[in-house]
Ligand binder design. Structure first.
Ligand code: GLU
Length: 419
């Protein structure tokens, strides 16, 4: 399938919400472009001894409400426009939750699967060095995204600290979030995005008096987000009947154990050929009869054809921007509920905020405390979006966007633009 430009899609969603809530034109102009777009080309020594040049990006969309915040993506199809879209979605995600962060995103255009761990470490450290003071614990705070993880963040932190100097070494710990526990990460961060998705699903089910025990679901993308969402959702008694990733799709109407599948994926790199499942085509995956669909892969995977095929009752956007705007009316007309990305996958950045706070205060919160705070925040924001959508008679994406840009507009209104 040919995909639209993600930045054009982000713009379209923003314009729709801005029209709906009559956003002042100054704020509309400011938010329609990122503040800073940084591109760095940097050489890295490969295991062979040869050098290779890499292209890295960091887009800082907005920092009115707090430091720029957002993940770092390692993927061979990374483009500036993709990173710009993802950075804008971070601004809206943080403001929706009333988290005092702005929005940013970064990435390197390469396929991390083609490189050794030692090469990945050198690529990450060189990239961090190239970013220099464009990141910082009070300025711009990266986190994991597609193709990166806790280890990537620890390499970034360690490299940043080495240049921060002895006196500010430990106050630099919060330069990245999503770190491993040993390096100062937070309990609950790794599973947080998946956990947040399941909070949305349980709220949705409660509202509609829908019984999750015995329900069916399918997941596209079985990385950090998809696998944790599947494992946590399985605890409610819901059963995963289809799953797919970059390599292919598999199904089993009697259920696929997400815990065992995650172990298999850790060993083999993909869900394909998982024992007890049969291979299905991408088209058949989208047409699977399920109650819940969690897209947790890349953006714009749900186009018109996919929307027409879908039979789910609810789509919970684990990925950022998985739905093309042309597919959205089809989904809504079919009566399928759509819980938008900036709400559905916001558990990750919420716990990133908790990690940053713990680092700042030299505290370590236990898992129960983090989970309790996350549950409360997700439910509160879910309710706010639900009430807005009902009272203002709009779709949930527009509702979430309006709450978010309304907060940003209020701050601009009171602060004004200097000089
Ligand atoms: N990459 C994640 C996202 O898209 C997490 C960002 C963060 O924790 O800063 O929301």
């Amino acid at each position: 399938m040919t995909k639209a430009n993600p930045y054009a899609v982000a713009q379209q969603q923003f314009e729709k919400a801005a029209d709906f809530c009559s956003l002042p034109s100054t704020v509309r102009q400011i938010l329609s472009q990122p503040k800073n777009e940084l591109i760095v080309n940097f050489p890295v020594k490969m295991d062979s001894g040869d050098y290779k040049l890499f292209k890295g990006y960091r887009v800082q969309h907005n920092n009115l409400r707090g430091p720029y915040k957002g993940g770092i993506r390692y993927h061979h199809e990374v483009t500036l426009d993709e990173i710009k879209a993802l950075a804008a979605w971070m601004t809206f995600k943080c403001a929706l939750h009333d988290i005092p962060f702005g929005g940013a995103k970064g990435g390197i255009k390469f396929n991390p699967r083609d490189y050794s761990p030692t090469e990945l470490e050198r690529i990450t450290r060189r990239f961090t060095h190239a970013l220099g003071n464009n990141i910082g614990p009070e300025h711009d705070i990266p986190a994991p995204d597609v193709g990166t993880n806790g280890q990537t963040m620890v390499w970034m932190m360690d490299t940043y600290m080495a240049f921060a100097g002895a006196v500010s070494e430990h106050t630099s710990r919060g330069v990245v979030t999503g770190k491993t526990l040993a390096a100062g990460g937070s309990h609950g961060r790794e599973a947080a995005t998946g956990q947040g998705i399941v909070h949305c699903i349980t709220e949705w089910a409660r509202d509609r008096r829908f019984e999750l025990n015995g329900a069916t679901f399918m997941v596209q993308g079985f990385g950090n987000v998809g696998s944790h969402a599947a494992k946590i959702l399985a605890r409610t008694g819901a059963s995963m009947v289809a799953v797919g990733d970059w390599k292919g799709y598999v199904a089993n109407p009697d259920g696929i154990n997400p815990f065992k599948l995650a172990e298999y994926v850790a060993r083999t790199g993909s869900v394909v050929d998982y024992p007890g499942t049969h291979a299905i085509a991408r088209e058949a995956f989208f047409a699977t009869e399920v109650d819940i669909f969690i897209p947790a892969a890349l953006e714009l995977e749900i186009g018109v054809a996919e929307a027409k095929a879908l039979k789910a009752k609810v789509i919970v956007e684990g990925a950022n921007g998985p739905t093309d705007p042309s597919a959205e009316p089809i989904i809504l007309e079919k009566g399928i509920a759509l819980i938008p990305d900036i709400l559905a996958n916001s558990g990750g950045v919420a716990v990133s905020y908790y990690e940053w706070l713990q680092n700042k205060r030299s505290e370590v919160w236990d898992l129960e405390e983090v989970e309790e705070k996350l549950a409360k925040r997700m439910k509160r924001t879910y309710l706010a979006v639900s009430e807005f959508a009902t009272s203002r008679k709009c779709d949930w994406r527009t509702a979430a966007m309006c709450i978010s840009i309304g907060r940003i507009a209020k701050a601009y209104g009171e602060r004004g633009i200097f000089p």
